[in-house]
Structure formats: structure tokens, C-alpha cells
Ligand binder design. Structure first.
Ligand code: NAG
Ligand code: NAG
Length: 440
């Protein structure tokens, strides 16, 4: 199946949904002093045609650059590694060469990676093996190692902490024709093994990660709290005891109207190119869209295999701008929180392919084994600032201009910030905003 290769993230074990616990009061930060500083990285990539966004991270002494796929759906960062490599995929840089820097199995990080009960550590000299399995049926197998990550902080200092990550010598890939061209994965999930949690434990930065992925390609990623806008962000608590950045449940609205697609558990996942709805929700959505296109000039384009559902116009479309007026905005209305919504304008759920057709960028998660969960992928995270705040266990978002790196005052441009969370203005705000951008 064509769509399988786009879903990189969300490690598929133990999905715990505790909806009742979802709406919790905000916790105060433990200490305002131990805040540390922030790091910002320029991002490259796009949703289509590349299918992924990556950052360049330097590792080792002397430091060497590696391209890492940004994945908020999994915890462990890993590099393809010459340990030697049994199975590695083509990569932009030469394989990472481990030195004598193995992490042993009694290390707490190894235990936290494996989880209680699964951890099997007999002799103290045993290495710490890992295996990550992704929802797209890809995987990485290897050993945990430690090396220095020189990071330039916003306060001007360069610090090179020793961080644990995976040295992956056996990678299984779902579809070798559509592989991300990267050296590894930057795991930014909730777990203790993420490099963000390690930086937090060292007091170097807060456990907060944010990304701004531009619809034109590129963008930026940051660790820490220096770039948080003071207002304009819609915050939603992360479900407690979830292994992912889980929000929800949410009801779907189509063109400002309630639908019978309700109670969708939501996960934010930058490692997924497209958005996935559970099978029933997906079928509901496709029939709503198709019903709405009835009588409009779009025809099915079954010959375009870019994605499962595509349409063609009277003549080929050049960009998403040519099609937005055919489609209505979607809104995910979170039911356990007052007035919190995620708006999905047509730009957030459609792509225009190289064949000039428009395709639905929301796919059937049931077909790839996601079950009941609904994954919000890059396509729907574009052109907004998305902040995963593991200190306060909340996720925030707001529309943003991701084409420009913020300056060090944390001044991220938030056009129309006030409207992202206000349902009443969906129609006008979304189209109005878009036109203004398009006409520049
Ligand atoms: C800058 O921030 C880093 C990371 O938090 C810290 O280690 C370093 O001491 C800070 N430097 C200065 C000059 O404050
Ligand atoms: C969104 O969900 C909330 C909570 O269920 C509900 O009160 C509200 O009416 C919904 N908004 C719309 C416009 O349907």
C-alpha cells in the first residue's frame, strides 16, 4: 500500500487512553531558577514531495553533522551506525562510528527505555540493546551509546553534554523507494530516554520542544522555553499516562457544522507526514467531502496514485491556492475542554501533486494498524507554532509564520493568533488569512 511509508512515528505498543484524566489543572514549574537556556535549529524538508522534515545535529568529538528526521511520536534518538552495520539505508552522511562509549544494561536509561518487566539485565557488563518499531512497520535495532552533542544555546554558550542515543545497525524499512534521506531519527516524545529529557535532567534546558513547519518547506525547531510567545497560544493538557502526545477526544466539524464523526482520540506526531483518522472516522470524512464536492468541477483522479483519494480539475492545478475554494475547513473540537479546537484549513489536509491533481492528506489509519487513534501529522501541523510542554504536560498551538527564524527575544510572528481557538471565526478567518498571505 502506498500510504504506508509515510507514517514514520508512533511506536505501537501499549496505547493507554485515560480520557477521564484528561482535563487536569496546570502544574507549576518545579523551579523557576533551574530553567537553563534554549537551542534553536533550522528545519529542512516538506510534506510533499519529500514527506519529512529534518534538522542537522552535530555529534561526537570532533563533531560531525547528521540529518535527523523530527519525530515527536517516539522517544529514542538514533543514528545509522557502523557497529558494523548489518542493514543500513542510503544516507546523506557516513555512518556514525561508535567508540568505546557503550551504555551498559544496568544504566537507568536502559531500564526506562525497556520498561518495567521487559528489562532483562543479568551481568553488569552487558550492553544495552534496543529495538524501536514504528507504526509504518519500519524498525531500528542496535545498542545504546553515549557521545557529545555540541549545542549552541541562546545565551551564547556552547555546551557539549554527553547524551545517550541509539547506534542502529539494523534498520527495517517499509518501502525503500520512499525512504526519508536521513542519517537517523530525532526522538522528541514523552519518554525519559529522549535527549530532551536528558538535557532537562542535566539542568541545561526545560523539557519543552516546539516546531514551526512551513508549508513552503523548511521552518525551525527549538528546545527550551525562550521562544514561547506570551500570548496567542491555545493550550491543551496532555492525557496523563499516555506514551504519546495525546489529546482528545475531539469531535469533527465540517464547514462549521457538527458531524457524526465524534470522540476521536488525538495524537500529535511530527514523524507522520500525513494525518490519519481511524477507519470509521475516515469513511465519514471522505463521504462528507465527496458529498460536498458534488456538482463542483472536481472529478475523481484514480490514475493519480500519489495518495488514495485524488481529484482533478478542468486543467492541472499549480498549487494549493488553486483548490482551497473547493474545500471546506475542518475543525477538531475537543470535547473535554472548553472552547479548544484545532482548525484544519484545506491547506492543512490537502496536497497538490506533481500531476496537478489535489489529494486528500488524511489517510485511513485502520489500514496501517493504528486502530482507534487519530494521528495529526505534518500536513496538519504546518504553518503553526506547535509546542510540546513536558514541564506542564500540555500542548499548545497557534498559527505562525514559519518562514523566518525567531530572534532571540522569542519573537515568533503569530498572525491571527487569536483566531486559532475561536470557532466562530473559522470561515472568515481562515480564508481571509490565507488570501492575505497568498497575495503578497
Ligand atoms: C547558558 O546556558 C547553558 C545551558 O543552560 C548553561 O550551561 C550555561 O552555563 C549558560 N551560560 C551562561 C553564560 O549563563
Ligand atoms: C464543541 O464541544 C463542546 C464540548 O462538547 C460543546 O459544548 C460545543 O458546543 C462544541 N462546539 C460546537 C460548535 O459544536
Amino acid at each position: 500500500m502506498h500510504q504506508k511509508m509515510y507514517l514514520r512515528a508512533v511506536v505501537l505498543f501499549l496505547l493507554t487512553w485515560i480520557a477521564a484524566a484528561a482535563y487536569q489543572p496546570q502544574k507549576q514549574l518545579k523551579s523557576a531558577k533551574a530553567s537553563g537556556s534554549s537551542v534553536i535549529f533550522p528545519v529542512s524538508g516538506n510534506v510533499y514531495p519529500k514527506g519529512y522534515y529534518h534538522v542537522t545535529i552535530n555529534v561526537g568529538q570532533p563533531p560531525k553533522p547528521y540529518f535527523l528526521d523530527i519525530d515527536t511520536g517516539s522517544d529514542l534518538t538514533w543514528l545509522q551506525c557502523d557497529a558494523p552495520c548489518t542493514k543500513c539505508t542510503p544516507a546523506p552522511h557516513s555512518l556514525y562510528k561508535p567508540k568505546r562509549n557503550l551504555i551498559m544494561c544496568q544504566d537507568p536509561l536502559c531500564a526506562s527505555l525497556h520498561g518495567p518487566g521487559i528489562h532483562d539485565c543479568h551481568a553488569s557488563q552487558e550492553q544495552c540493546d534496543y529495538e524501536v518499531d514504528y507504526a509504518d512497520h519500519g524498525s531500528s535495532l542496535g545498542v545504546l551509546v553515549k557521545d557529545s552533542f555540541p549545542l549552541k544555546f541562546t545565551n551564547g554558550s556552547v555546551v557539549a553534554p554527553l547524551l545517550a542515543f541509539g547506534c542502529g545497525y539494523n534498520q527495517e524499512v517499509p518501502d525503500s523507494a520512499h525512504l526519508p534521506y536521513v542519517d537517523g531519527v530525532l526522538g522528541l516524545g514523552i519518554g525519559k530516554s529522549s535527549i530532551l529529557a536528558q538535557l532537562r535532567d542535566m539542568g541545561l534546558t526545560r523539557n519543552i520542544v516546539g516546531h514551526c513547519l512551513s508549508g513552503k518547506g523548511g521552518g525551525f525547531l527549538f528546545f527550551g522555553d525562550d521562544f514561547l510567545p506570551k500570548s496567542g497560544i491555545v493550550w491543551k493538557p496532555i492525557l496523563s499516562q499516555s506514551k504519546y502526545y495525546s489529546l482528545g477526544p475531539a469531535d469533527l466539524q465540517f464547514g462549521g457544522q457538527a458531524t457524526n464523526v465524534k470522540g476521536l482520540p488525538i495524537v500529535f506526531d511530527s514523524g507522520s507526514t500525513y494525518t490519519y483518522f481511524s477507519s470509521q472516522a475516515y469513511k465519514g470524512l471522505v463521504s462528507l467531502i465527496k458529498g460536498d464536492l458534488n456538482g463542483k468541477q472536481l472529478k475523481d483522479a484514480v490514475e493519480d496514485r500519489s495518495l488514495p483519494v485524488c481529484w482533478k480539475g478542468a486543467k492541472p492545478f499549480k498549487s494549493i491556492r488553486d483548490v482551497v475554494n473547493y474545500f471546506k475547513p475542518l475543525v477538531l473540537n475537543f470535547t473535554n475542554a472548553k472552547n479548544i479546537h484545532l482548525q484544519l484549513r484545506p491547506e492543512s489536509y490537502l496536497i497538490v501533486t506533481e500531476h496537478g491533481n489535489v489529494c486528500l492528506g488524511i489517510l485511513d489509519g485502520g489500514e496501517v494498524g493504528l486502530g482507534n487513534i487519530n494521528v495529526i501529522g505534518d500536513i496538519s501541523l504546518q504553518d503553526r507554532l506547535v509546542i510540546y510542554d513536558n514541564e506542564r504536560q500540555q500542548i499548545g498551538w497557534a498559527p505562525a509564520n514559519c518562514d523566518r527564524l525567531p530572534n532571540t527575544d522569542g519573537d515568533i510572528c503569530l498572525p491571527y493568533a487569536a483566531n486559532d481557538g475561536m470557532l466562530e471565526q473559522v470561515w472568515h478567518a481562515s480564508f481571509g488569512f490565507w488570501r492575505r498571505q497568498g497575495r503578497k
